[in-house]
Design a protein around this ligand. Structure first.
Ligand code: UT7
Length: 334
């Protein structure tokens, strides 16, 4: 049987500080009612403290993953960190995480695909594993969105939170593992969700700081409309490609950007609420971390052979879907 890549462990790390809707309502003109009805978020985690970058919690997730899977750092040969909030522009945060975790025999790099980062990174890692180039890969989805959020802009500051998740990928030869992925992008969408300054086009200056150009800007309505169509279309496409009916699916794992987008996608798929992993209420949109955070939280319920579809939409625009069969019985792991 052909070699496939399977997730053989998942871990996560969340900052302790909880920013609830009540506190946000004191900072800007908003309300718990508006945020719950329009987005579905009650609270999000914020990484506070000096000298704490995304590598702080991403390294914590990786260390816990190594321990839980009984893996020595020396065995890891590949680390990919999906993030839009690296510790710094250079070097890659994956290099820093590897150093902190004692991973010395791996090549490591970052991948930026907005909110689709983890899906892109999981697909990339799977190709290395399937080809035999990598035997044990760690794929991380992690973002410290609070570093690039303008907490005076009510259009964005209610949406995002901080978090990190990581999975171990290993080769399998049974019928489990990553079966298929469909990835897409459309760069004409770059102007609707972006951070204007800080890159080579508009390097940091007094002017870019004064103009709030180091924060995320989003045209919410345009992104919303595209997200609803693209997430649903690509999920239906992967289901049809594999002749999958709604009842064949154990779990749908959608990007956690907005409850209304999740509900619209689920309606198109014809699945019910108890087939969907949803934690947006607790963590908000953690960008590259939403999918591994869901897998981590639901891991105790997952069974070997479960059909799972992951789907995302994000900045770029980027979107995609992965179909996998869960590779192990996860009860009693947490
Ligand atoms: O993860 C990457 C992908 N991102 C997404 O998928 C996000 C997609 N977009 C969205 O989820 C939604 O567009 C938002 C949640 C961002 C906004 O929801 P919306 O239903 O599209 O609201 P809107 O922007 O059309 O604004 C409706 C009203 C406006 O007031 P008026 O002009 O009707 O008087 C806004 O000024 O709501 C107002 N508003 C707010 N009110 C209270 C906007 N933000 C807030 C707020 N609190 N935080």
């Amino acid at each position: 049987m052909a070699v496939k890549a399977a997730i053989t462990g998942v871990e996560a790390s969340l900052p302790e500080y909880i920013l609830g809707n009540e506190e946000l309502s004191r900072m800007i003109d908003t309300s718990d009612d508006w945020i719950m009805s329009r987005i579905g978020i009650k609270e999000r985690r914020i990484l506070k403290g000096q000298d704490t970058g995304i590598s702080t919690i991403a390294s914590d997730a990786v260390n816990k993953l190594l321990k839980k899977t009984n893996t020595s750092p020396a065995e890891i040969d590949l680390v990919i960190c999906a993030t839009v909030t690296p510790d710094m522009m250079v070097p890659a945060t994956a290099n820093i995480i590897s150093d902190v975790c004692g991973i010395k025999n791996a090549f490591s790099f970052d991948l930026n695909a907005g909110c689709s980062g983890f899906l892109y990174a999981l697909t990339t890692g799977a190709k290395y594993v399937e080809s035999g180039f990598s035997k044990k890969a760690i794929i991380i989805g992690a973002d410290k969105m609070s570093a690039i959020i303008d907490y005076t802009d009510r259009a964005t500051c209610c949406l995002f939170g901080d978090g990190a998740g990581a999975v171990l990928l290993e080769p399998v030869t049974d019928d489990t593992g990553i079966i298929d992925s469909i990835l897409r992008s459309d760069g004409s969408g770059h102007q609707y969700l972006y951070q204007k300054a800080g890159g080579s086009l508009r390097p940091a200056s007094h002017q870019t700081v004064d103009n709030h150009e180091h924060f995320v800007y989003q045209d919410g309505q345009v992104v919303f409309k595209r997200a609803v169509v693209c997430m649903a279309d690509i999920t239906i496409e992967i289901m049809n490609k594999h002749n999958m009916l709604p009842r064949d699916l154990a779990w749908f794992v959608p990007h956690q950007a907005n409850m209304r987008i999740i509900n619209a996608t689920a309606r198109r798929m014809g699945i019910s609420r108890n087939q969907i992993m949803i934690n947006i209420e607790k963590y908000g949109n953690t960008t590259a971390a939403t999918l591994p955070l869901c897998l981590w939280e639901w891991e105790p319920k997952l069974k070997k052979g479960d059909n799972i579809i992951l789907a995302t939409f994000g900045a770029g625009f980027t979107w995609g879907a992965i179909y996998l069969k869960w590779a192990y019985n996860s009860n009693n792991l947490h």
